[in-house]
Ligand binder design. Structure first.
Ligand SMILES: *Cc1c(COP(=O)(O)O)cnc(C)c1O
Length: 398
């Protein structure tokens, strides 16, 4: 179950009830993970940009085709870096979906920019591209898209709008590593893209992220912003004879110990993904008849998109039936979760943002109806069967 706010995280149970037979999420331990962690500690290069950071970044470059990959302490921090790199100023506007995690908006609000919330499409729950142009004003500087569940947004029409209006595009690709739109990797469309390696994501190192930079003009400054505003990177490459404070920035480098864990996870990406895809596929086939009979909607994946099985969600008819469904599953030992609470109605969303013309009626509707089923690499056949049987044993009251 999630916290009452916009959090997508699962809180530890403090209710005194036994742990669920099938938890919502469980971290996967990849083949060399413990060895790599031990090696990083033994090597003693535990600060940022050590050998494992270079290995993880190289793997991410291969997977996404990004020009430059900078590991960060979180996706939140990668988004904050994008706000710094776009030189956002108080009063600038950044268009984004309301149906997303808080960090998407918070990163820009921190610079004084105004998040402008656009509704999502009822099928993919991604930003509704038909409402994008009406949200643009002469203060608009950027558009941030979120590939919900790793299913790509309508990138061709979105790029047509950002190019026509000279706006920067940023991808919050926290769900989308390994996904593609018309054969092109998610994370390669924006001037920048942000990845998350939080415990709850497909590959993880507890807390971690990456900024993908696809724009050559931003590359030098991206490295500086990440290194406390210094040209320390150039110094280590022998390009300058000392390093100095040259710009604003912060400390966005993760420890090489975390990068060691991430390197192992990325090396196991194929295996992790095969296991997750199998869980996703079984839910999708085995729940089809039940969903149709109970007025429940399964996820929509357009034919021209590959998704990385980040999450499996169902849309129940309304809030009451959603809550009853989650309670039913809990009674069968299955932990299900909901998210996101719309940002445009959240206290900080009201204070710092505004709603685009047309409002966000779809976001408000789906936020009340969405349920996510357990999905993690180690969820074995018996576990999936248990979830499926728990779902099939529930009749939705409308
Ligand atoms: C998880 C997530 C984030 C935040 O990631 P962190 O690495 O925890 O900062 C941001 N946006 C979306 C869409 C997410 O799912």
């Amino acid at each position: 179950m999630t916290a009452g706010g916009a959090s997508s995280r699962v809180l530890p149970s403090n209710s005194g009830r036994p742990a669920p037979a099938v938890p919502f999420n469980r971290t996967y331990v990849s083949a060399d993970e413990i060895d790599y962690l031990a090696e990083a500690v033994r090597l003693g290069s535990t600060s940022g940009d050590g050998p494992f950071t270079r290995r993880a970044a190289a793997l991410l470059r291969e997977m996404t085709g990004a020009r430059q990959v900078l590991l960060t302490t979180s996706c939140t921090h990668a988004l904050e870096m994008s706000a710094l790199l776009l030189d956002l100023r108080p009063g600038d506007e950044v268009i984004m979906p309301s149906f997303t995690f808080v960090s998407t908006a918070n990163a820009y609000a921190l610079r004084g920019a105004v998040p402008v919330f656009v509704d999502c499409r009822p099928d993919t729950l991604n930003l509704d591209e038909t409402m994008l142009e009406a949200a643009i004003t002469d203060r608009t500087r950027a558009v941030v898209v979120v590939h919900y569940a790793g299913v790509g947004c309508e990138m061709d029409p979105i790029l047509a709008v950002t190019e026509r209006h000279g706006l920067a595009l940023v991808e919050d690709n926290a769900h989308g590593l390994g996904g593609s739109y018309r054969g092109r990797p998610l994370g390669s469309f924006g001037r920048m893209a942000a990845q998350s390696f939080h415990e709850t994501k497909n590959v993880q190192c507890g807390e971690g992220g990456a900024l993908l930079v696809n724009d050559a003009e931003l590359a030098v400054r991206a490295e500086i912003v990440r290194e406390k505003g210094t040209d320390r990177g150039r110094f280590f490459r022998g390009q300058v004879d000392r390093y100095r404070w040259v710009d604003i920035g912060s400390s966005y480098l993760p420890s090489d110990v975390l990068a060691a864990q991430l390197t192992s996870q990325l090396e196991s990406f194929g295996k992790i993904q095969a296991m997750r895809q199998e869980v996703w596929r079984r839910y999708h086939t085995e729940l089809a008849g039940w969903a149709a009979a109970n007025g429940v909607r399964r996820p929509t994946v357009p034919d021209d998109r590959e998704h990385p099985a980040h999450l499996y969600h169902l849309l129940l008819p309304d809030l009451d039936s959603r809550q009853a469904f989650i309670a039913h599953l809990a009674g069968r030992g299955v932990q299900a979760a909901f998210h996101y609470q719309p940002l445009h109605t959240a206290p900080a969303g009201v204070r710092y943002g505004r709603v685009a013309p047309g409002g966000c009626p779809v976001t408000e509707d789906v936020a009340d109806r969405l349920v996510r089923l357990p999905l993690f690499a180690d969820l074995d056949d018996a576990g999936v069967t248990r979830v499926v049987e728990a779902v099939l044993g529930h009749e939705v009251r409308r």
